[in-house]
Design a protein. Structure first.
Length: 60
């Protein structure tokens, strides 16, 4: 199995961009139910900063 590199240049298996590239959409659903951060790089919203490459607080 090839090692995929995250958009931020590291091997992050929990980042949404990596989960998306692996087709793990059910997992993404669980970590985007109550977003608190947005990725500055791609704009995806997530529950936790650990799930995106470049987290910024989500202004509501």
């Amino acid at each position: 199995m090839e090692t995929k590199i995250c958009q931020c240049g590291a091997e992050h298996k929990g980042h949404i961009c990596m989960l998306k590239s692996m087709g793990r959409f059910e997992e993404i659903e669980h970590i985007t139910t109550s977003p608190t951060v947005v990725c500055f790089t791609c704009g995806v919203e997530a529950n936790s900063p650990e799930n995106v490459c470049n987290p910024m607080p989500l202004d509501k």
